[in-house]
Design a protein around this ligand. Structure first.
Ligand SMILES: [Fe+2]
Ligand SMILES: [Fe+2]
Length: 319
């Protein structure tokens, strides 16, 4: 699995109380980015090991058995919750759809998309593509994780989404395989130009991946996972379209761009169905679940915005 490559580099060292306090300071001071990155790498290794296939059973950690990981997750969640302005949460299920669409509309990154489409070089596009690897190469597993316990209509919607991830039954059209195919091409472009991809070892990229893994793995965070994934799907198509336009401008072969091209339409459908059939029924059933869904959405929005800013900065440094 391509997504394990960055995670495998994580240093294995003890997580101390001092590390946690420095990474997620309780008093509103600026987090220590180096410590936070080291912790995020450990969390990424933990999640990657947890999501291993059956043949890796001897290495799969027991969930919640390591008190240092539990503490790290608790403190990270607390820190993220403190970043959310409670006044921004929807107050009733009736307003949820409009609220969600507002968040979605402000989350489509129009400036970044225009840059991808019109200005980015092939090296910059390749860097962005590889930054996406930590999340996109595991997306089908995330969809699988959130189906557990869903009501029938909601489960069916996710199952359709999952079937799309499976290439509608065709091995060569499985999304993770298409992604890997494109990633190989992009990695070669960077290697040819001797571009250092160690820049991708940054906190924002790991947090962007870890937040949905944490939400997906821990069953009590399921509403957050559903919210965050709904936002991911619904806001992704303009960015995928921009990648298609940028790749066409740069003469990237059609088979390499297929992953992005498929997602322009597929994710627009997934996003709309996820909202109508998964999120709306859930928030109507439970105000407490609505709060969790919305916390997941706003947290994902904050983390993803920081991620796009950082990766865009790295891209422009290539010039
Ligand atoms: Fe997909
Ligand atoms: Fe999708």
């Amino acid at each position: 699995m391509a997504g394990t490559q960055l995670g495998a580099l994580a240093p294995h060292r003890g997580i101390t109380d001092d590390d946690i306090a420095a990474a997620f300071p309780p008093n509103g001071t600026t987090p220590d980015d180096d410590v936070r990155l080291a912790l995020m790498k450990q969390l990424q290794s933990h999640y990657t090991a947890y999501l291993a296939g059956a043949e890796g059973f001897q290495l799969v950690p027991r969930l919640n058995a390591d008190p240092r990981i539990v503490r790290l997750e608790d403190e990270w969640l607390r820190w993220e919750d403190a970043q959310v302005d409670a006044g921004q949460l929807p107050s009733t299920a009736a307003e949820f759809t409009d609220w969600f669409l507002d968040v979605r509309n402000r989350h489509v990154q129009p400036g970044f998309s225009r840059y991808l489409a019109e200005e980015a070089t092939i090296e910059e596009i390749a860097l962005f593509f590889l930054a996406e690897e930590l999340v996109d190469s595991r997306f089908d597993d995330l969809v699988a994780l959130v189906q557990i316990g869903a009501t029938p209509t909601s489960k069916l919607t996710m199952a359709e989404n999952y079937w799309d991830e499976m290439g509608e039954g065709q091995l060569e059209r499985m999304h993770t395989r298409l992604f890997e195919h494109s990633a190989r091409y992009m990695r070669h472009r960077l290697a040819e130009r001797k571009i250092d991809i160690s820049k991708l070892q940054c906190t924002e990229i790991y947090e962007n991946a870890n937040i949905v893994l944490m939400y997906g793995i821990h069953r009590h965070l399921a509403p957050r996972a559903l919210g965050a994934m709904g936002l991911m799907e619904y806001s992704a198509p303009p960015r995928f379209q921009a990648m298609v336009d940028g790749c066409e401008r740069l003469g990237v072969p059609a088979d390499v761009v297929l992953y992005q091209r498929i997602h322009v339409h597929v994710d627009a459908d997934h996003g709309a169905e996820w909202l109508d059939n998964v999120l709306v029924p859930l928030v109507r059933r439970s105000p407490e679940a609505m709060r969790e869904v919305a916390m997941g959405i706003l947290t994902r929005e904050r983390i993803a915005n920081a991620y796009y800013r950082r990766i865009w900065g790295h891209m422009r440094e290539q010039r």
